[in-house]
Design a binder for this molecule. Structure first.
Ligand code: B12
Ligand code: SF4
Ligand code: SF4
Length: 225
């Protein structure tokens, strides 16, 4: 399959956007978190996303958004699973990247985790958007309301151009100001602070998304106009 055929397969299986990043674009990935550290024959990273319905953003209660977040994560993981089956049938060797959990890197004291591959960076390198000061990837059509997924492939494929649109306005600091925990500095998120709300542990054992303010307060939450 060539790059166009691959992207058509991904879109046909339910992704809203798809792009390809040749592995040589990942030179600045931290050691241990480069696609080749996961799959030594990786030549291309196929990155895609599903747009998340935004109605739950306006709920006064965190449960609808928590539910949507769980569902879209499962949807993207199911999509990745189906793509692996289809690509393998065509003779391609692919390695899946989970959309969220699990990952191994974990600093307990700092409450800081790191996925085997940063999907935000992979999405940027595949032309799916630009990184905002809230650290999220924003796409021109769907804003930051996208759930990312990826597979690593041994095929040498044509890369998509990087997004050429502007993301954050220079003087915009809404997400930094609106974060209730001051967890953002414009470049990274303090995970220990953020997790207390974004991954709030309810006494019944549920993990609730009690905060998504940096996402929803962004003027480009659902698209860049
Ligand atoms: C751990 C994690 C978190 C952590 C850390 C978030 C973060 N910004 O990294 C916490 C718990 C805080 C979190 C919260 C949320 N998350 Co989260 N999270 C992840 C997860 C599982 C791993 C991300 C990770 O490893 N971060 C740690 C490292 C990579 O980040 P870093 O330390 O800043 O990295 C630095 C360097 O190491 C270097 N670097 C690292 N890798 C690479 C690679 C290359 C090529 C380069 C050049 C550089 C580089 O650059 C960084 C800046 O210096 C990803 C899924 C995934 N596989 O990517 C989802 C993910 C980032 N989360 C997501 C979402 C939606 C959220 C929330 C909005 C959920 C909510 N509450 O509603 C919040 C948003 C908070 C925020 N502003 O980040 C989405 C983002 C979608 C998007 N539009 O960008 C993702 C991609 C899940 C998905 N599949 O879509 N999350
Ligand atoms: S999810 Fe909430 S706590 Fe975490 S960085 Fe965004 S606004 Fe701050
Ligand atoms: S709120 Fe403003 S600064 Fe933050 S990500 Fe959105 S555009 Fe960028």
């Amino acid at each position: 399959m060539n790059s166009i055929e691959i992207k058509n397969v991904v879109l046909r299986h339910g992704a809203d956007i798809c792009g390809i990043a040749p592995v040589n674009r990942f030179t600045d990935a931290p050691k241990g978190f480069h696609p080749v550290d996961i799959f030594d024959k990786c030549r291309s990273v196929i990155v895609y996303a599903k747009a998340m319905p935004s109605g739950s953003n306006t709920a006064q209660n965190c449960i609808p958004y928590t539910y949507m977040n769980q569902m879209i994560t499962q949807e993207v993981d199911k999509l990745t699973f189906k793509l692996c089956i289809e690509f393998e049938k065509s003779g391609m060797h692919v390695v899946p990247i989970p959309s969220d959990d699990p990952y191994e890197y974990w600093l307990e004291e700092e409450q800081c985790g790191r996925a085997i591959l940063s999907l935000r960076h992979a999405g940027y390198l595949a032309g799916l958007g630009v990184l905002g000061k809230n650290t999220l990837l924003m796409n021109d059509r769907f804003g930051n309301m996208i759930q990312l997924g990826a597979v690593l492939s041994d095929a040498i494929l044509d890369g998509d151009p990087l997004a050429d649109y502007e993301g954050c306005l220079n003087d915009c600091t809404i997400c930094l100001e609106e974060c209730p925990l001051n967890a953002l500095d414009g470049k990274a998120v303090n995970q220990k602070l953020c997790r207390s709300l974004s991954n709030f542990r309810h006494e019944k054992g549920y993990v609730l998304k009690k905060c998504n303010t940096c996402r929803t307060s962004c003027p480009f939450c659902t698209g860049i106009n």
